[in-house]
Design a protein around this ligand. Structure first.
Ligand code: 5AD
Ligand code: SF4
Length: 433
């Protein structure tokens, strides 16, 4: 009988791919199969995120539940970004945890499993050329890592301390992986990295210096590959060459994530983001003029230390001018090992809540107005998500999510869909071709 693995994944798409890599290694090398119920599992993994404080608190209560209800012989491993930054503290606080594996040490999963109370959290460890076994949770869309770590020093962000320095994966490895998934029937790939458009700055071995724009060109030469998505690009690295390639290459999906963080140039400076409000707006203008159909999403942090009402209004101003298609907005959360944790001009938490609420309601207004104009439009939808209620959902090239009545024979298929009803996060349509 095979051993059973339960894995919970928190955080970003990089973590989702790390979980796939761990599942692949454990299946092939250790004979595990995944289960949805942790009480049945022989190994429980939690792949953590530490970008904000709340999930870190939740980790320990969750570990307590796992420990109480698991099979008595089951092992528990804590992986991911919180593993990197808390390390052995996790085992000190929760002594029943069997091992701790950092976000930069994913390839060691099948070794660490056999070492009781081991902690592997070296952020300089380099598995950028490691040949992982293969596992993907979706047969329709493939995540592909293009770099590890992050070289920026945004003063709010813990990630450089959990995922280490940025190292690019050689383009030959990325292209071979993309070719392999396309040969297996995948039509859409999703490139992942903390700063994808800084790709090529540093490789471990001697490799040709290929930048992100060139990588996109090379990937789009793969026959049978229909769509390329990526996350996250950094506004600082959005040069003209990149925006032009994005706009003109038909395989690149026309949805751009542009993490603004703040609309105030002063706050951007304190955050060490490397760009100003004007630069950001200029890049949006360039993108919109070259590619009017592109949708733009963003990340915004409110109440960063020192954010005055006027600074916040600068963010509101950018929101009103750009009219983002989707925002991910957060209250600033002080993180250990970051520069900003020492900033003393903390914003009152009620003010922070009010700003967040205001931003989100403004965003809802913007989205409602935008969506109301989409009625009757026709989009080419790639179906990938079967709902239980007789609907199936998919995305347009510019990331509009649409559901239609239909069943699994549409999975992995493209259809032209006319929008018949509007919602805030998902639109409804009918297939016309
Ligand atoms: N507090 C709040 N939000 C944060 N993010 C990163 N660090 C913090 C923090 N300390 C947000 C940023 C980033 C997204 C992934 O999480 O907006 O783009
Ligand atoms: Fe992803 Fe950042 Fe969370 Fe790590 S801390 S899982 S890199 S979002």
């Amino acid at each position: 009988m095979s051993k059973k693995l339960f894995i919970e994944t928190l955080g970003c798409a990089m973590n989702s791919r790390d979980s796939e890599h761990m599942i692949a290694e454990l299946r092939e090398k250790e004979g595990y199969e995944t289960v949805d119920d942790f009480t049945q599992a022989d190994l429980i993994l939690i792949n953590t995120c530490s970008v904000r404080e709340k999930p870190v608190h939740k980790l320990f209560s969750e570990l307590g539940t796992f420990n109480k209800k698991k099979k008595s012989s089951a092992k528990i491993g804590v992986c991911g970004c919180t593993a990197s930054h808390l390390g052995k503290e996790i085992i000190e606080k929760a002594p029943y945890v069997n091992f701790v594996l950092g976000a930069r040490n994913v390839s060691k999963i099948s070794e660490i499993l056999h070492k009781n109370k081991a902690v592997e959290i070296d952020i300089n460890y380099d598995d950028s050329e490691f040949a992982f076994k293969d596992f993907r949770s979706s047969p329709f869309k493939a995540f592909i890592n293009i770099s590890m770590g992050c070289d920026k020093s945004c003063t709010f962000c813990i990630v450089p301390k959990t995922r280490g320095e940025e190292v690019s994966i050689p383009d030959s490895i990325i292209i071979a992986e993309a070719q392999r998934v396309v040969d297996n029937g995948v039509k859409e790939i999703f490139l992942l990295g903390q700063n994808v458009n800084n790709y090529g700055r540093r490789f471990t071995g001697e490799h040709e210096k290929v930048n992100f724009t060139e990588l996109l060109r090379r990937l789009s030469d793969i026959d049978g590959l229909q769509r390329i998505r990526f996350t996250s690009p950094h506004p600082f690295h959005m040069d003209d060459e990149f925006i032009e390639e994005f706009s003109r290459n038909p395989k690149i999906c026309k949805s751009m994530h542009m993490p603004l963080q703040s609309g105030s140039t002063k706050i951007l400076k304190d955050m060490k983001r490397g760009y100003s409000k004007e630069w950001f707006l200029n890049r949006v203008e360039k993108l919109r003029s070259m590619c009017p159909d592109a949708t733009i999403s963003t990340d915004i942090i409110v109440a960063f230390p020192g954010e005055s009402d006027d600074d916040f209004l600068e963010t509101v101003d950018v929101m009103k001018r750009v009219k983002f298609d989707q925002i991910f907005s957060f209250k600033y959360s002080s993180r250990p090992e970051t520069e900003a944790q020492h900033f003393t001009n903390v914003v009152d938490s009620d003010v922070a809540s009010q700003r967040l609420t205001y931003l989100q309601s403004l965003n809802n207004e913007i989205i409602d107005e935008k969506h109301s104009k989409l009625l009757g439009n026709i989009y080419r939808i790639y179906f990938e998500d079967l709902h239980r209620d007789g609907h199936i959902a998919g995305r347009s090239d510019n990331n509009i999510v649409v559901k239609v009545k239909g069943s699994e024979e549409l999975l992995g298929e493209y259809r032209d869909v006319k929008i018949t009803a509007i919602g805030r996060t998902i639109l409804t349509g009918e297939i016309i071709a």
